[in-house]
Ligand binder design. Structure first.
Ligand code: XMP
Length: 516
């Protein structure tokens, strides 16, 4: 059993970031909602607990609170922002509306020695975001840092191993924030750092073998990062007992279906079933122009085809999927949804129920505790090609949401060829790493052009490229003009049926990343 830190979620926007920071120290961290009862927390054997921030005021009775007994179970606690005020409030300190609320980068001045301050200079910049503050620390606590407008920016009760900071050490704007978190995890909680990806692989493989025994497992493989890594891990554990079902609906990027098939059949031991149903999808989508209608048809048909295939494989076996940790956490609301025991399929935008006539021995989610960057690390260690592990997100409905208007085989061909050129140039210029997502769009517009002495009337292709942290908002990427020029030249020369290229310079909002 690994050392564990609990991140107790009071609704702060950075709760996943806190857990990721701790995991970067090779210490396992998990997020649970503030509604988790104390008995469960005690039973889980945590080495330390971090109270997250949150948007509320502690003196509002509707705000998330927790029984103060949690401070007396002998497990070290670090409160951050709202969590800091909560510790003061639990211990009869005074929390008040600050005369001056602090937001942004503020200078922190350390005023007393603390285990938290190892290798932290006396003055440094931290990220503050609060309107309330601690006007009087609770009994037994001493103030260990202040700012110009916050007399108690950090406090501690060394005997009870309770620590609290008004600022956000988890964000990169706090210069020594990471060091402070590290100090809490190692100096206060006494962790040693036993959460490593290679040991994760070994223990997961062992657990999978134990659970699966001599039974079969079926996994839906999309070719995306998560399902690919789940496939590789299961392959290592049970080899040919694993069957991966890959539905090729004909709306993938150029040659992508072949690439996925080749990767998994040549590098990994498993049964690989590819269902080619491009024609069926084209027939179902014929004449449909409404984007939501297209999405719906693609989604519904996809799962029909998928479950029909799985039904053939399901007898007396397990169902596996590449759910990862963020899929299970509904962030920002202080609630967690544990999907571990329900056979629902994960897609980017929704969870799909399993048809009731298909019975499995159980659901297996080998990546359910990992963040995306950890999944990628595991993928690389398992030998999945770099380009698959680091691929950009690709929407479930595929090119279906990148063709404006109705979908035909010819439009798919044009878009695939144009998109191939864009990706090829990005790779050649090593520019992919600067972009979160980039692709071509078949705009559905035609424009007049000239070719030699002839007038042409051909298709307009748009280039879309964005940078973003979370895809909720995004900025259009400033790709250098000379790269854009080459892409434009090559597409108009190499792709039949295209005579004009435009560059989408819309950020999100008001635009979305996709066009449909
Ligand atoms: P939007 O267009 O909503 O895209 O700004 C944000 C991110 O979501 C992806 N996306 C989808 N993914 N099914 C998916 O699996 C969809 O219907 C879908 N629509 C958008 C998009 O590629 C981007 O990464």
């Amino acid at each position: 059993m690994n050392e564990k830190i609990l991140v107790l979620d009071f609704g702060g926007q950075y709760n996943q970031l806190i857990a990721r920071r701790v995991r970067d120290f090779n210490v396992y961290a998990e997020i649970l909602p503030y509604t988790t009862d104390l008995e469960t927390i005690k039973a889980n054997g945590y080495k330390g607990i971090i109270f997250t921030g949150g948007p509320n005021s502690v003196f509002d009775m509707e705000s998330p609170h927790y029984t103060k007994d949690i401070l007396d179970i002998g497990v070290p606690v670090l409160g951050i922002c709202y969590g800091c005020q909560l510790i003061a409030w639990m211990g009869d300190g005074k929390v008040a509306t600050a005369p001056v609320s602090e937001y942004g980068k503020i200078e922190l001045q350390l005023s007393k020695d603390s285990l938290l301050w190892e290798n932290v200079p006396e003055k440094s910049v931290v990220w503050m975001s609060h309107t309330d503050y601690i006007s009087e620390p609770p009994k037994g606590f001493e103030i260990i840092a202040k700012t110009d407008n916050c007399p108690c920016a950090a406090m501690q009760n060394v005997d009870r191993k309770l620590y609290a900071v008004q600022f956000h050490p988890e964000v990169t704007h706090s210069e020594y924030g990471n060091q402070m978190l590290r100090n809490f995890v190692f100096n206060v909680c006494g962790c040693t750092g036993d959460w490593k990806m290679d040991s994760f692989i070994d223990t997961t493989v062992e657990k999978l073998r134990e659970k699966i025994g001599d039974k079969k497992v079926v996994l839906g493989l999309s070719g995306g990062v998560d399902s690919s890594v789940a496939a590789a891990l299961l392959s290592r554990a049970v080899g040919k007992q694993l069957t991966c079902v890959f539905v090729d609906q004909g709306l993938m990027r150029k040659d992508e279906g072949d690439f996925v098939e080749k990767t998994f059949t040549s590098l990994f031991d498993m049964n690989f079933v590819r269902v080619n149903c491009g024609d069926h999808f084209l027939a179902m989508l014929k004449g449909v122009v409404d984007p939501e209608q297209k999405r719906k048809i693609i989604g519904t048909e996809f799962y029909k085809v998928f479950w029909d295939e799985v039904r053939k494989q399901a007898e007396d076996g397990f169902f596996a999927q590449g759910t990862i940790y963020p899929d299970r956490i509904e962030s920002g609301k202080g609630k967690s949804k544990d999907k571990a025991n329900t056979a629902v399929i994960k897609t980017h935008h929704n969870m799909v129920e399993k048809p009731s006539d298909i019975q499995f021995l159980g659901t297996i989610e080998p990546l359910k505790d990992l963040f995306k960057d950890e999944v990628r690390k595991v993928g690389e260690m398992l030998g999945i090609p770099h380009e698959l592990v680091w691929r950009q997100p690709f929407p479930g409905p595929g090119l279906g949401v990148r063709i404006v208007g109705d979908i035909t085989a010819e439009k798919i061909r044009i878009l695939q060829d144009a998109d191939f050129v864009l990706r090829d140039e990005m790779a050649k210029n090593g520019y992919e790493k600067n972009l979160s997502q980039f692709f071509c769009v078949y705009t559905g517009s035609k424009s007049v052009g000239v070719m030699g002495d002839h007038r042409t009337y051909e298709n307009v292709i748009a280039i879309r490229a964005v940078t973003t942290d979370d895809f909720m908002t995004a900025d259009w990427a400033r790709i250098p003009y000379d790269i854009l020029a080459t892409v434009s030249n090559r597409i108009t020369n190499e792709v039949d049926g295209v005579n004009r290229i435009v560059y989408d310079i819309t950020s999100k909002p008001p635009g979305t990343v996709e066009w449909e």
